[in-house]
Design a protein. Structure first.
Length: 189
């Protein structure tokens, strides 16, 4: 879970710290996923201003950060277009469970933020997608109940992880743009 194609969680965290960005690598990855799944045009540039707004208070991103985020954006688009789904950029599997849970909650919150920026007509989405978005919102409320390192909580974490991955794919399938699509909001069923 630590790698989104060629950009690792640790490398992106270090890059963000080096450039004193307030957002985390987890948040940045999730925002990109949310933007793509919400219907941001896949023209290679429409997502950047939204990302800067959400992770850097609207200020431009340093070149090295923009380059890494472009790699992530391209990997997310490729993965979703090929129906592979997205591997969330989270701490490695050997990180403490509470750290991974906190990152999953953070990822969920940032995904919803990115999704909500470009998808403003969720009420027109299918009931299944609306329910999935509610599920992801509920995951943002997961507390320290799963902090204890045991097999049951590890299994619960994996169920939440896989459920979010399914939700991301579902959101993209229903709301995401395709290259060459008009950049107007998609019609939801």
């Amino acid at each position: 879970m630590e790698q989104a194609n060629s950009v690792t969680y640790k490398a992106l965290m270090e890059l963000f710290e080096q450039h004193e960005l307030m957002a985390s690598a987890v948040e940045a990855h999730a925002v990109v996923c949310g933007l793509v799944c919400g219907g941001c045009p896949l023209d290679g540039k429409a997502w950047l201003p939204h990302l800067a707004d959400l992770i850097n208070d609207g200020f431009g991103l340093p070149s090295a950060v923009r380059q890494s985020m472009t790699h992530i954006y391209e990997a997310v688009v490729e993965s979703l277009m090929s129906h592979k789904g997205v591997e969330m950029l989270l701490p490695s599997d050997d990180a403490p469970l509470d750290e991974r849970i906190d990152a999953l909650v953070e990822w969920s919150q940032a995904f919803l933020a990115g999704f909500g920026v470009v998808q403003q007509e969720l009420g027109k989405a299918s009931e299944e997608l609306q329910e999935m978005v509610r599920d992801i919102a509920n995951i943002t409320q997961v507390s320290s109940e799963l902090d204890q390192e045991d097999e049951e909580n590890e299994a619960a974490f994996l169920v939440l992880y896989e459920h979010i991955k399914l939700g991301v794919m579902m959101a993209f399938e229903e709301c995401g743009q395709r290259p060459g699509s008009p950049s107007v909001a998609p019609t939801l069923h």
